[in-house]
Write a protein that binds this ligand. Sequence first.
Ligand SMILES: [Fe+2]
Ligand SMILES: [Fe+2]
Length: 196
Amino acid sequence: MRNDIIEYLKTEIKIRTENKNNKFGRGVLYHIEAVANNAELLANKYNADKEVCIIAAWLHDIASITDYDLYKDHHIHGAKIADEILRKFKYEEDKIELVKNCILNHRGSIENTRLSKEEQIIADADAISHFDSIPSLLYLAYKEKGMSIEDGANFVKNKLERSFRKLSDDSKIFYEDKFENVMGIFTPVSQLQKCF
Ligand SMILES: [Fe+2]
Ligand SMILES: [Fe+2]
């Protein structure tokens, strides 16, 4: 395991999220950490290259947090930044290619073909990461968007359902309990009010 690269990335990503050019707030660091944790879990499950998955997870949104202008095509810019960083560490050529493909194909919103297990893992880890950051989603709904209790609950619930639908079929089964547990929180507000 190239712990030198992983440790460098953890520090570098933290520094970039704290920089004023990061328009996504500190919460994005929780997102990236959650993607890295889920990528490791899924790499074990699918017998994939764990090192590549962890490195790709730490790098997958690097372009967005570095410069908001890169957000729209952050998968393309991110792959370029990853190439530069990993080359400095003299990482193996075939693994650099795999990491770059993971970054290029991580976005569920963009039509793409995922050829390797590692690419699918990063896309799945990115989608499921929302289930590890419910407080951030609630903060977004109630504090930043100023939503009512009901609208905020529906906003978060819909976002989570969309994320879950993006998962590969095997990962949907793997994360079924997590999905049920989290969705259980969103008892319709109309039902809650009957309790009082
Ligand atoms: Fe992304
Ligand atoms: Fe992401």
